[in-house]
Design a protein around this ligand. Structure first.
Ligand code: NAD
Length: 352
């Protein structure tokens, strides 16, 4: 397959990431970059690319550009996506795809009208931790029926940068990180979500959430909690999965294994109470070694370049795109339900 010519629009942190990865890609050629702020070209001089466009129209009127990746602040996604589609370019938009469902519908309509591919860089579907949870806990059912999942990302620096702190630019942690964790949940766990309950942090920022705690209940009964924290000086585990016959935990980002304890045999004898602080407890007594098995489960292989590979094959009609419009709609509806829930302090019921 001939490599597709890629132009990157927005050459900040994530635009730079796309440029570096495009250099290593077997399906795209980094053709050009454009940033509204020319100072960005000095920050990362031309080592990344030959063409530095001076305006968006120059990118979109360049007949050699097949595909654009849009890595600008969230409030600019819609306008640049629609314009790019209307110029016949295939579009990869960064997450969150848009600020709300209305914007997303306009973008999808533009893709349908023009026939140009439009997808979103939900790269965290290629994270090996969620792939391990999906494979071991969901597909192999190694913990028995899943009861609950906790998926957390914790930092202690508050909201980084400038535009992420402002509502007008689509700031806040639901749109920044919540979108990834919700997308992972829907990717890994089957069936509809039937209710959403959320609380938002406003620890150092009144305007947008600087953390969120979102509880989604799947129709299967799985209760899936997504938590983003920016004021956590001690991190909770990245994943904690409870099944009826086992528990799995992934401690840190850069782990490459998951800790699992599964039940081998039910304890049919009376449990011996243990001393617990000022009292005793049978309920909290640890299991005897013979009844459980502890395992270390290696993460599966994953290659994030498969995202661009899929996009390029989909452009040629050889594959269907992996990040689909209905999936984008579901994630957006859950984010909107989260904001509504937090505002009303109510559970939002529906079919998501
Ligand atoms: P950033 O502030 O580092 O960079 C944004 C760049 O866009 C800046 O250089 C700015 O000058 C430029 N820009 C602003 N308006 C523009 C316009 N109208 N036209 C062209 N350029 C414009 O931000 P970032 O961290 O790179 O985030 C950019 C996007 O990437 C956001 O949507 C963010 O959510 C997303 N992102 C995704 C991931 C991921 O893992 N998928 C990670 C980080 C950021």
């Amino acid at each position: 397959m001939k490599k597709k010519n890629l132009a990157i629009i927005g050459y900040g942190g994530m635009g730079g990431w796309h440029a570096i990865n495009a250099r290593k890609s077997d399906v795209v050629e980094l053709h050009g970059i454009y940033d509204i702020n020319p100072a960005q070209y000095d920050v990362r001089p031309m080592r990344d690319c030959e063409i530095k466009y001076s305006c968006l129209d120059d990118v979109l009127n360049d007949p050699d550009v097949d595909l654009v990746t849009i890595a600008v602040p969230n409030d600019c996604h819609k306008e640049i996506t629609i314009k790019s589609l209307e110029h016949g370019k295939a579009v990869i938009c960064e997450k969150p795809v848009a600020l709300n469902s209305e914007e997303l519908e306009e973008m999808i309509a533009a893709s349908e009208r023009t026939g140009s591919l439009f997808t979103v860089h939900q790269n965290r579907r290629w994270d090996t931790d969620i792939l391990c949870v999906k494979d071991y806990c969901v597909e192999k059912e190694s913990l028995g029926k899943i009861i609950s999942v906790e998926s957390r990302v914790h930092g202690s620096h508050g909201i980084p940068g400038d535009w992420r702190k402002e509502k007008a630019h689509g700031g806040g942690m639901v749109l920044d990180w919540g979108v990834h964790l919700i997308d992972q949940a829907l990717f890994a766990f089957p069936g509809n979500v039937t209710s959403v309950y959320a609380r938002m942090d406003h620890i150092k920022n009144d305007e947008v959430d600087d953390g969120c705690h979102i509880v989604m209940t799947f129709e299967s009964g799985v209760v899936y909690t997504v938590e983003v924290g920016t004021c956590n000086y001690i991190n909770l585990p990245r994943f904690y999965v409870r099944g009826e016959s086992g528990t799995a935990q992934i401690d840190l980002w850069n782990n490459d294994t998951m800790n699992v304890t599964v039940m081998k045999i039910e304890e049919d004898h009376d449990v011996t109470p243990v001393k617990v602080q000022t009292g005793i407890s049978k309920t909290m007594a640890p299991r005897t070694k013979e009844t459980i098995e502890s395992l270390i489960v290696p993460f599966p292989e994953s290659d994030v370049h498969d995202f661009y590979r899929n996009v390029c094959r989909a452009m040629d009609g050889k594959e269907t795109q992996l990040i689909t419009h209905p999936q984008l709609r579901r994630v957006m509806k859950i984010m909107e339900a989260s904001f509504e829930s937090a505002e009303k302090n109510e559970v939002i019921h529906g079919i998501f």
